[in-house]
Design a protein around this ligand. Sequence first.
Ligand code: NIG
Ligand code: FE
Length: 411
Amino acid sequence: MSILIKNIKELLQVRENNVTLVKGADMKTLPTLKNAYVLIEHDTIVEYGSMADLGEIEAETIIDATGKIVLPTWCDSHTHLVYAGNREQEFVDRINGLSYEEIANRGGGILNSAAKLQNMDEDELYNISAERLINVMKQGTGAIEIKSGYGLTVEAELKMLRVIKRLKQEFPIKVRATFLGAHAFPKQYKEQPDSYIDLIVNEMIPLVSRERLADFIDVFCEKGYFSLEQTARILEAGKAHGLTPKIHVNQFNAFGGVALGVKHQALSVDHLEIMTDEDVEVLKNSNTMPVGLPACSYFISIPYTPARQIIDAGLPFALATDYNPGTSPTGNMNVVVSAGCIKMKMTPEEAINAATINGAYAMGISNMYGSICRGKKANLMITKPISSYNYLPYAFGDNLIDQVIINGSII
Ligand code: NIG
Ligand code: FE
């Protein structure tokens, strides 16, 4: 199978293969080739260049991209795409004045999703999740991280992770799995929270690791959820079983979670809506990617992650959807890129870097995904004819993606 995409108006994010993330002022540049072509063989980008240099090339499929822009598919490094049901009643409750915290305290929130998921049959959970995955692929996502965390029992957490594994096997999209048993305390552990940490550390993590069901370990480190000490214990146990930390921190309160993540060499620290100067400082000289989730800020009306402050401090920054039924019921990265520009004052170049190469870094796969590079996976999207790439975030809510190629397959 070979595909030649020719007459590309602008080919975005063309980078050498040693570039695995971009940071600080470099995020303002988006290396672009005008009037270009790309050649794909099987699942790999084998060649690209200027149309003037295109010799006689045989290809089974030829796509004429006149007037169109081609860029790498989105790399969505933070989702909870496997879940059992929507929570639109909580949406209405919030409109009527309740906060996310008040809804959770009434037994809504994560525990509401866990009850639904525990009662759902594994095949049904797979089918509704597969539908969501197909949808985001059509919207241009070519690599995705998916978390557990709506199970909260040994059995239901494993069910979620098996569904993620099945999605990974059945679809061309690159899937990375995260074990998030520490998403909330089940009701029966409210009075003895450390027994739930014992269950995670002594039973869940060893099982997840033995069955190779996850790449990453995550914790919702937040007041009313998991403390710094509890988070540290879980990250240590995860690391001892080969899982890399990627954590939820600073969504509502800043109390040292970012420093804890850095101390444990977290690949990413996600949310960061509430940031102190110390949090920004501690990320310098670390290999940890800060990740913002603007669809969550938009949906539950909380502050936006201070992307400007983070990038202007010389740091890298990634954008992801946080696709989940409670705080971000969308997996649409196009909307997230727009929100990064509109609400976080990122330039289109910064937002596209944040949603491609830096998102790939936050999943540990930027050696193979996130840029146009010979030898990298053939994950590309072709826009409708548009005036410039600035139009992508500008025309928020419009579907400007014409064709998506993932792992060399046209979706
Ligand atoms: O990333 N903050 C924690 N977890 C999810 C929301 C979970 C839920 O409300 O179902 C998030 O926003
Ligand atoms: Fe999340």
